[in-house]
Design a protein around this ligand. Structure first.
Ligand SMILES: [Zn+2]
Length: 318
């Protein structure tokens, strides 16, 4: 049997800090979850919080080589543990997420924490440093604009519809045409769709993401997409990954086949193009399981627990 999820992925990744424009920062790490920051006139907006406060402090130390401004806003793109549980390190005045994200944290945040810790232990640097679940202090349903002050313009936080989860938001800098897309777009990294709404994501949600017309895009994982061609390619890759899964799993489901057959079909169709990208093998059992449920009329993703993770894994990835 394959090693469970990313449990055997223990080699540190190289972190790269890029300055994308005046006061706009992105930290990527060879397929590990990306984070970012945007300078206001006298404050910072940080985007995503990493898995633990100790991991987040490493990122903040890099950021502090460029700016000493305090973090006023911490924006969480969605509820997943590896994005939110480092929040306490930021000492942010305001923690912002989508209304649905607050609900998901209340409903399944604890189970998700345990699930993700077992799936991706390397990302949880010093897990004992996590003080508890991260709760947003401000949530919104459609749009929220942060005025950055001076001549820095504004940062628009927007909900584009259900996608990677039911509460993903993006951060858009209209002046510099830079989009922090969270896990709604991956650039040369596999998609995780275990909590997704595949039909919505592949359709209207990605249409809304594309409509920003970004010239730089920071996805959830993978390199920064520089230029319209690279942005379009990242969005197209995300759409293709979803479309291929929907076609393959949909055919087996409609034909009265089994979940294992659907897994084999989707894995086979995606492997040549995406099989060497980060977390592909880790994600596929959870992806196909959720898509199968979606096709079966189960509206909201079933809660992943550490125990259910192992059951699905042994059913499909052996
Ligand atoms: Zn996620």
């Amino acid at each position: 049997m394959r090693a469970f999820a990313s449990a055997a992925d223990l080699a540190d990744k190289e972190q790269t800090l890029e300055v994308l424009g005046d006061g706009v920062y992105a930290l990527t790490a060879e397929g590990d979850p990306n984070v970012g920051a945007i300078e206001g006139e006298d404050f910072l907006v940080c985007f995503e919080a990493m898995a633990t406060p100790v991991a987040a402090r490493g990122w903040l130390a890099r950021l502090r080589e460029h700016t000493a401004k305090p973090v006023r806003y911490l924006v969480l793109s969605h509820y997943h543990a590896v994005r939110v549980l480092g929040a306490s390190a930021f000492d942010a005045e305001v923690i912002i997420a989508h209304d649905n994200t607050r609900g998901l944290i209340a409903e399944r945040g604890q189970q998700d924490w345990e699930s993700e810790l077992a799936r991706m232990p390397r990302l949880f640097r010093d897990p004992a440093s996590i003080p508890g679940l991260t709760w947003p202090t401000t949530t919104f349903s459609d749009r929220l604009t942060i005025h950055l002050g001076g001549t820095r313009g504004e940062l628009v936080l927007a909900y584009c519809g259900r996608g990677h989860t039911e509460g993903d938001i993006v951060a858009w800098l209209p002046g510099q045409k830079i989009l922090f897309a969270g896990d709604l777009v991956e650039a040369q990294a596999a998609l995780y769709t275990g909590d997704a709404f595949h039909a919505d994501w592949a359709g209207g949600t990605l249409d809304e993401v594309a409509a920003f017309g970004a010239e730089s895009l920071i996805g959830g994982r993978g390199a920064v997409a520089h230029g319209r061609d690279a942005v379009d390619a990242a969005i197209a890759q995300t759409r293709d990954f979803l479309a291929t899964m929907r076609a393959e799993v949909g055919t087996v489901h409609a034909g009265g086949g089994t979940l294992r057959e659907a897994f084999a079909a989707a894995h086979g169709a995606l492997e040549a193009r995406y099989g060497r990208w980060p977390i592909f093998e880790h994600c596929m059992p959870f992806n196909v399981s959720r898509l199968w449920d979606e096709l079966s009329g189960i509206e909201r993703p079933v809660i992943w627990t550490a125990e259910r993770d192992r059951e699905v894994w042994s059913q499909l990835q052996d």
